[in-house]
Design a protein around this ligand. Structure first.
Ligand SMILES: [Zn+2]
Ligand SMILES: [Zn+2]
Length: 260
């Protein structure tokens, strides 16, 4: 299993020479096997999707907040005729997966619907477990305003858990720890410093210390922190990362590749 960080920024894309190391592209992680390419979220990071040849494409959406869907119209493969793309999102409130995209990509917010792009995109409500080639995809609800999904992908004895836009709550964290049990890689939302977390409870994001606790208690072998705050520069993020940095634990950087 190969994991590529395409977008590690949270909330809104950023730019500037002090944001180059961790990158300004919003949420998108590519998980590949020999014949499958699974994109986790479709933030602006998806615009720089690498060449995946003829691998079958699946997109799993955690939730339809703008930073997770705004890259979709410029996803290179959505403009390829005869390219099938399977898109899954869990129903969120009253919204089906189709409606989650259709409320953003419609007049007057956008000139056309996602299904009008040249590719053969098929949109499904996620009903777990989902089988994608050799992958088994499972999900649990996230702790986030408006809801969301934490995904786990298991393939060939390896596993990755994608817990972005997730707020640590003492009475709910046990479910995530159980869900992440012994995974090879945990991608965890650490948008906030401890002080920011206290000031922004209810915003739906967590901290480094909380992620390290989930790593330890779940037995996750590796952790990468994602959804970097748009106000945090490279220098600031390196400073946040410094106390926990090791081969197993680090902040996700744009274009980082992790082989599991
Ligand atoms: Zn987000
Ligand atoms: Zn969100």
């Amino acid at each position: 299993m190969k994991v590529t960080i395409l977008g590690a920024r949270g909330s809104i894309p950023t730019e500037g020479k002090d944001m180059l190391e961790f990158g300004g592209g919003t949420s998108c992680v590519l998980v590949e096997s020999d014949d499958r390419a699974i994109f986790l979220d479709a933030g602006t990071g998806i615009i720089n999707a690498p060449d995946i040849g003829n691998k079958s494409i699946t997109i799993l959406l955690t939730h339809p907040h703008l930073d997770h869907v705004i890259g979709l119209p410029f996803f290179p493969y959505i403009s390829e005729k005869n390219r099938r793309i399977d898109f899954y999102a869990a129903r969120t409130g009253d919204y089906s997966a189709y409606e989650q995209l259709d409320t953003v990509y419609t007049n007057p917010l956008w000139p056309c619907r996602i299904v009008d792009y040249p590719s053969d995109i098929r949109i499904f409500d996620a009903d777990f477990p989902i089988t994608v080639g050799g992958f088994t995809v499972t999900g649990i609800p996230s702790v986030h305003p408006g809801g969301g999904t934490v995904f786990r992908l298991d393939e060939n004895g390896k596993s990755v858990v994608y817990a972005t836009d997730y707020e640590y709550e003492p009475d709910k964290i046990g479910e995530l720890i159980e869900f992440s049990k012994d995974c090879d890689l945990l991608l965890f939302d650490a948008q906030y410093t401890d002080e920011e977390f206290e000031a922004r409870r209810g915003f739906g994001h967590s901290t480094v210390a909380q992620g390290m606790e989930v790593m330890k208690k779940s037995g996750a072998k590796n952790i990468r922190f994602v959804h970097h705050d748009p106000r945090h520069t490279d220098e600031f993020l390196r400073e946040m990362e410094r106390p926990i940095k090791s081969e197993a634990a680090a902040f996700a950087r744009k274009d980082e590749v992790i082989i599991l």
